[in-house]
Design a protein around this ligand. Structure first.
Ligand SMILES: Cc1cc2nc3c(=O)[nH]c(=O)nc-3n(C[C@H](O)[C@H](O)[C@H](O)COP(=O)(O)OP(=O)(O)OC[C@H]3O[C@@H](n4cnc5c(N)ncnc54)[C@H](O)[C@@H]3O)c2cc1C
Length: 408
């Protein structure tokens, strides 16, 4: 076996969350190795695909703190208002950036564009080595470190690190190799995404509409397009994916209505089966599990990456503080600080998202009445609405330095 290469931090998975962690630590005097199965600019990159990501205001501030927002801003479309409604029922609620006292409630940016900015930043960082295409194949604990075997084509290299971070998505190989169990609940639903060109300007409004065939979101994008995320029951997916463009638009129009005029054009469609997955452990000695590897959630409220980037800002701060005080970054006490910090946000966002899925995927008239009373109450009770606004903007709980737009 070859001599192991030494690193301080080994990140498995260079998707949106793993790459962001390395970027957040750009000024730190540590050696970071990222292992990524699919090259970042590949057409098949699963993290940086055509999905439009609604970045909460809090996530925008994290990228500001990391110094990356100036590169992202020209590719992003601000969300000024959010309009939530239930088809065929009375309940409607609206969130407005002006009333929340912010310039935008969030920003919509394609996963591919986030990937381009992160890849550019990683290439400029002297403290980062990116191994790709490369895959994790084994993990061992050794004295004062963790060792990982990485397959790169025919070759295997061994990396010895003080801290390993699993950012390798919902089917995390780190979790599998270490026998870390997870709770998994299939929703029996699939999200269909596509870009839509509406007849009227979107005016930077994001629409979330609950319909008899599942919730749908239309997010404002560049060139007056909107990004559609339409949840379908599993049994309907093949039929909806098989519709020709005109039939697809007609079906969508019937569910969404005419707030954006006649829907004129639809781009390439893609389907994502949905589940709720929660890792039973977030940390072990010399290990932290973050992003989708720790929690994969339904995209109904656009919270998945927003939750993952808050893992990044909290972990980056714990690592940075440990370095400043001469502590070992893989020490369990450092990781416990991280895990305790993140518990409340994880459980609140998972409860909120899962609750929305169950409430709004239910055709029962009583459930429909309940949610419409909820939406109406929300509209009439400013404190409740403000709470929803803070949640949507990712501003609840104790905020790490990056979340306040400050550098580490
Ligand atoms: C339809 C849809 C719409 C969404 N919209 C939003 C939204 O509007 N807002 C929002 O906040 N979130 C949204 N999300 C959620 C968001 O996409 C995820 O939370 C985010 O992609 C998680 O990033 P990640 O880096 O943790 O994991 P992933 O994106 O899954 O990346 C994991 C990376 O690890 C690599 N990898 C896997 N296994 C290995 C291995 N063994 N060795 C090396 N590398 C490996 C993969 O190639 C990949 O690059 C949406 C999700 C879906 C499905």
């Amino acid at each position: 076996m070859s001599t192991p290469k030494n690193a301080d931090l080994l990140i498995i998975g260079g998707g949106m969350v793993g790459a962001s962690l390395a970027c957040a630590l750009k000024e730190k005097p540590i050696k970071i190795v990222i292992v990524e199965a699919v090259p970042l600019h590949s057409q098949n990159q699963p993290s940086y695909d055509d999905r439009a990501i609604a970045l909460a205001y809090g996530s925008q501030r994290i990228f500001q703190g990391m110094g990356l927002w100036p590169q992202m801003a020209p590719r992003a479309t601000p969300i000024k208002k959010i309009h939530i409604s239930d088809k065929g029922h009375f309940g409607i609620t609206r969130l407005d950036s002006e009333k929340e006292g912010v310039e935008a409630l969030g920003q919509v940016i394609a996963g591919r564009d986030i990937g381009n900015v992160l890849a550019e930043q990683l290439a400029s960082q002297e403290n980062v080595e990116l191994l790709t295409p490369a895959k994790l194949s084994d993990i061992r604990y050794v004295e004062g470190a963790v060792e990982a075997d990485i397959s790169q084509g025919e070759q295997t290299v061994t990396i010895k690190a003080k801290l390993m971070v699993a950012a390798d998505g919902g089917n995390s190989s780190v979790r599998q190799l270490l026998g870390i169990a997870s709770d998994r609940q299939a929703y029996g639903q699939t999200a269909i995404i596509a870009n839509i060109t509406p007849g009227r300007p979107h005016n930077n409004v994001a629409y979330e509409r609950f319909t008899d065939s599942g919730p749908l979101a239309l997010l404002p994008m560049s060139d007056q397009r909107c990004s559609l995320v339409w949840t379908q029951w599993q049994q309907d997916v093949d039929e909806v994916m098989g519709l020709d463009d005109a039939e697809f638009l007609a079906r969508l129009q019937a569910r969404f209505g005419y707030r954006l005029g006649a829907l004129k054009q639809v781009g390439k469609r893609a389907a994502y089966p949905l589940c709720l997955m929660q890792s039973k452990e977030q940390i072990r000695p010399r290990l932290a599990i973050i992003g989708n590897a720790a929690h994969a959630i339904h995209p109904i409220a656009g919270q998945g990456f927003n939750l993952g980037i808050r893992d990044v800002s909290a972990l980056a701060e714990c690592v940075s503080d440990a370095l400043a005080s001469g502590q070992d970054i893989g020490d369990l006490a450092v990781l416990q600080r991280y895990a305790e910090w993140r518990t409340q946000d994880h459980s609140e966002v998972i409860r909120f998202t899962d609750g929305l899925v169950h409430l709004f995927s239910n055709a029962d008239p009583l459930a429909a009445f309940g949610r419409n009373v909820g939406l109406t109450l929300m509209e009439k009770l400013p404190p409740l609405k403000r709470l929803l606004g803070r949640q949507a903007m990712g501003l609840r709980g104790r905020q790490p330095r990056l979340n306040r737009g400050l550098s580490l």
